[in-house]
Ligand binder design. Structure first.
Ligand code: 5GP
Length: 197
């Protein structure tokens, strides 16, 4: 998505440790007009997927998943990172490791929201080492549902999550794939579009 690349180049900053900060339009402040376009693009990419539900993980995946859900007219379920008092009944859970925060966490989804047989599109804001998406895939499998696709808004292609998921045969679409990133330049996959930031 060309506009995603342009948005990253004009607004994102590179933090130490290979972390891209997109707080101005996705992770803290949300550009709602652009978010609508993101939802429409995800809907276009997965219109033939047969998805019946979208799954993401709190917190930063929710906005994108809801945008996609509104465009596709599908319900959205998000995995929680903490057991809250309003989570009743049995849950599916999986462990994920956050390389940005350097912590291991369990993510949980109440079983009632993932009945057997649903066709699940998994959506998240970032794909880096793939732990979040792999944990969500694990939960979908536990629920005896099917993963019909995975979508990341921004994939950091220099980390191995995307390659691993594609090698495992998952249909993975990312709206922008960054192949190289330094504090002065970003190189995107496919068009080799490079720019100083
Ligand atoms: P993974 O599990 O693929 O290693 O990392 C994906 C998760 O970590 C995403 O849910 C996202 O919230 C966070 N994340 C990973 N890399 C970045 C990054 O460069 N910038 C931001 N803002 N979040 C990231």
């Amino acid at each position: 998505m060309k506009k995603m690349e342009e948005k990253i180049l004009s607004e994102a900053t590179v933090l130490p440790g290979g972390v891209l900060k997109v707080g101005s339009f996705l992770n803290q402040q949300i550009d709602t007009v652009f978010l609508k376009e993101i939802g429409a693009e995800i809907a276009r990419l997965f219109e033939d997927s047969g998805a019946t539900k979208i799954l993401t993980v709190e917190a930063s995946g929710i906005a994108v998943a809801v945008a996609a859900g509104m465009a596709m007219e599908l319900p959205v379920v998000f995995a929680k990172k903490n057991m809250t008092s309003n989570m009743t009944g049995d849950v599916y859970s999986a462990g994920i490791y956050s390389f940005t925060h350097r912590v291991e966490k369990d993510i949980m989804v109440s079983k009632e929201y993932l009945p057997e047989g649903e066709k699940i599109l998994i959506v998240d804001d970032f794909l880096a080492h793939g732990s979040a998406l792999t944990g969500l895939i694990d939960i979908v499998k536990q629920a005896k549902c099917e993963v019909v696709g995975c979508c990341a808004v921004i994939e950091k292609g220099f980390q191995n999550g995307g390659a691993n998921l594609r090698n495992r045969g998952y249909r993975l679409e990312s709206l922008a794939i960054i192949d190289e990133m330094t504090d002065v330049s970003i190189i995107f996959r496919e068009d080799g579009f490079t720019s100083l930031i």
